[in-house]
Design a protein around this ligand. Structure first.
Ligand code: NAP
Length: 474
């Protein structure tokens, strides 16, 4: 007689949001399989940690090269699974490969021992790996989110268990294959097909030493609570409702370009996105009008077609959630300048939407709108812009558009966010740290800071044998 599995197997489906066709289904893992994967990752850690950073970096660099060789396959998988416009999916592959290249080339240098001057003998802080890490990742950038966690941590010597979002299983498998083909030994990078509700049990496994979650604040709080009980290190990259502050009408065409790109990239399903446009009074009406023209010109269609400019959202549920947020906000008294409804065609399409006259108490004032929906606010001056920008539970990114760079920098300093871009929509590149404050989480990914999050900053203090023995304290 076989033992009863501890959790019934269900399935994880890859569904094309363009037409709601089920592409593939995969069985979820039962507890025993997950435990075996954790044990294998722990076992693999023993060998992986003993390689030099340079040796581990070869695998990560190779993964970057392979990703570019498989550019078309990766991009098509992403577009099929979550509806991203094909050109943006290709851009995501390029950025992800660049992140792997960056850590493959620069990672070892970022991990060198740091000597500390002492009066006698030597002291050094050595950067050593922690062990098995769990990554819990979202669907909106199915490749980029994973590599910015896995790339640096593999170079640092940790081993990775990756629980991807339940709606992008094909991307998850393609990434596991990528690291295996790049030369990662068995157990060094393992995909876990489990649902979010099972993550807590994995964190309870004492072999897991750290967790990085990118996703909603709800999921982040749940993971942080569990990790706290297990005294595991966490990094949380959560939601955002970024301000996009426009202080003057100089370079107005460029400002409108930045606003539209900032809000519509990834169909508005980006953590850093111009979700709250805050515009000074003298140019406010002109701004709304020009933005309306830009949004109204979008063409819905197949995200595989390079001519399409308005693709579907990631799922039916995502589309329904967005429309309900918009409709509730309008019912609460906001003005609907454009859009606001589902598009009458199959798939998870929502009209590009602009809301104005949004006030405290309305849903769109407090909640993150994850889709092609902009809220535009009118403010009298710089002080009012900053006050409105900071009146939000999130603190991820922000943008200041202003030709006077001294003024722009002054406003940037006053924003309660982890990142600010001046005169450009938010973006990401391998060498720049990425992360937020407040309900947007803590810790940083990318750059030097990103590789330092899950390392043991191990002090090794050496005394000459001739030195006197002092008091032990600590
Ligand atoms: P989500 O529901 O939090 O899902 C993200 C991941 O967490 C998925 O793998 C999900 O698994 C898992 N999960 C869900 N509930 C969980 C729980 N209680 N315990 C442990 N894991 C859990 O987020 P989403 O709606 O897919 O993603 C959008 C959110 O991510 C937005 O708020 C966006 O702003 C944020 N985001 C932030 C960043 C950043 O860098 N700060 C980047 C991208 C996205 P299942 O799929 O199985 O439910």
């Amino acid at each position: 007689m076989t033992a009863t599995p501890s959790v019934t197997r269900t399935s994880i489906a890859s569904i094309n949001p363009y037409n709601n066709e089920v592409l593939r289904e995969f069985p979820t893992m039962i507890d025993e399989e997950v435990e075996r994967a954790v044990a294998a990752a722990h076992e693999a850690f023993r060998g992986w940690r003993d390689l030099t950073p340079d040796e581990r970096a070869i695998v990560v660099r190779r993964a970057g090269e392979l990703m570019l060789e498989r550019r078309d396959e990766f991009a098509r998988t992403v577009t099929c699974e979550m509806g991203k416009l094909i050109g943006e999916s290709q851009g995501e592959v390029d950025l992800s490969a660049d992140i792997l290249r960056y850590y493959g080339e620069v990672g070892p240098a970022l991990l060198v021992d740091q000597p500390i001057p002492v009066e006698d003998g030597a002291a050094v802080v050595a950067n050593r790996p922690l062990g098995v890490l769990l990554g819990v990742m979202p669907w909106n950038y199915p490749l980029y989110q994973v590599v910015r966690f896995a790339g640096p941590n593999l170079v640092a010597g940790n081993t990775i268990l990756l629980k991807h979002a339940s709606n992008c299983p094909q991307s998850a498998l393609a990434l596991e294959r990528l690291f295996r083909d790049a030369g990662a030994p068995e157990g060094v990078y393992t995909n876990l097909f489990v649902r979010g509700s099972r993550v807590g049990r994995i964190i309870d496994n004492p072999l897991v030493q750290g967790v990085s979650l990118t996703g909603s604040d709800r999921a982040g709080a749940s993971v942080a609570e569990k990790a706290g009980r297990n005294i595991d290190k966490t990094v949380l990259e959560l939601g955002g409702s970024d301000p996009f502050i426009v202080l003057d009408g100089e370079d107005f065409d460029r400002t409108i370009d930045a606003a539209a790109v900032g809000r519509l990239s990834n169909m508005g399903q980006s953590c850093v996105s111009a979700k709250r446009m805050i515009v000074v009074s003298d140019i406010y009406y002109d701004f709304v009008d020009r933005l309306r023209h830009r949004f109204a010109a979008l063409t819905p269609g197949d995200p595989m077609d390079p001519a399409t400019t308005l693709g579907p959202l990631s799922s039916e549920q995502a589309a329904e959630n967005l429309v309900s947020q918009i409709q509730d906000t309008v019912a609460q008294g906001a003005t609907l300048v454009l859009g606001g409804k589902r598009i009458d065609r199959p798939g998870a399409f929502v009209e590009a939407t602009i809301l104005t006259d949004v006030r405290p108490g309305m849903r769109a004032y407090h909640e993150e709108l994850f889709g092609p929906a902009a809220v535009v606010y009118q403010v009298a001056d710089e002080d009012e812009a900053v006050a409105l920008a900071n009146d939000n539970p999130y603190g991820l990114g922000g943008v200041v558009m202003c030709r006077d760079l001294v003024r722009a920098r002054r406003v940037a300093e006053r924003l309660d966010t982890g990142m600010v871009w001046i005169n450009h929509p938010t973006s990401s590149s391998p060498e720049l740290p990425f992360g937020g404050i407040k309900c947007s989480g803590y810790g940083r990914e990318l750059g030097d800071l990103g590789i330092q999050e899950f390392v043991n900053k191990k002090l090794i203090r050496t005394f000459p044998t001739t030195s006197a023995i002092g008091f032990a304290q600590g």
